[in-house]
Design a protein around this ligand. Structure first.
Ligand SMILES: C[S@@+](CC[C@H](N)C(=O)[O-])C[C@H]1O[C@@H](n2cnc3c(N)ncnc32)[C@H](O)[C@@H]1O
Length: 209
């Protein structure tokens, strides 16, 4: 049987993947009374799909060495800081079977820099465009106060050459891919076209034994 893990799934939870997330909303959606109270305060969504494996990617993964065929992760690695991101990639390497495939989609720093250079992002909007703040400064007081606890801002940005280099340093062979171009047979069931825009797609393989 194929074991496939979707790290940082958000609310996109294809049935044939083990969908993993650690969002505060996903955690408290298991507690009906608390989640109905939070919903009324309107600070975060609590209508998360059932069946999500609650796990913090900054911690050791709950799968055995060499046990996973495919790992997919879209717009999640950039929420971890540099050290946490390296730890996460090492854990991916550990749990993947020899020959197993890791596919990562993250925002492309080069795309944002190009937009800025072309004048499509103004200087004072650049930090907002990178998504590195908890909440926009025009958000409500409640959202600003709760932001550090319930939001996941971007903590590390990547370019394709740098992410490929990091993947190779971790032990993978790695290459850039186009949307839906993949060694993962069910890629159309998990990749979302709108998440590939202005993004890097890198696919890495753990060396076969
Ligand atoms: C921008 S969303 C991406 C959701 C989906 N994969 C997509 O492409 O639309 C990032 C997800 O990563 C999750 N995340 C961030 N840090 C995490 C962590 N340390 N452990 C597990 N999940 C995390 C967030 O809860 C959020 O659901």
């Amino acid at each position: 049987m194929t074991t496939q893990v979707n790290l940082g799934c958000g609310t996109h939870t294809p049935y044939d993947w083990i969908n993993v997330d650690y969002a505060f909303g996903a955690r408290i959606s298991r507690l009906p009374v608390v989640s109905s109270l939070i919903r009324r305060l309107n600070v975060l969504r609590t209508d998360w799909p059932d069946g999500i494996v609650i796990h913090d990617l900054r911690q050791t993964f709950p799968w055995a060495d060499n046990s996973v065929d495919h790992i997919y992760s879209s717009h999640t690695l950039e929420h971890l800081n540099k050290q946490q991101g390296r730890h996460c990639l090492k854990e991916c390497f550990r749990v993947l079977k020899p020959g197993g495939v890791l596919r990562i989609v993250v925002p492309d720093l080069d795309a944002f820099v190009n937009y800025y250079t072309l004048g499509r992002i103004k200087a004072d909007d650049f930090v907002d465009a990178l998504g590195v703040c908890y909440v926009p400064d025009n958000a409500s007081l409640l959202k600003r106060l709760s932001g550090p606890f319930v939001s996941f801002p971007h903590n590390c940005m990547y370019s394709a050459p740098r992410l490929l280099e990091i993947l190779r340093e971790t032990g993978f062979s790695a290459e850039s891919k186009a949307p839906f171009e993949s060694a993962i047979p069910g890629i159309h069931g998990i990749e979302l076209a709108d998440r590939t825009v202005d993004s890097i797609i890198c696919e890495a393989q753990k060396p076969p034994r």
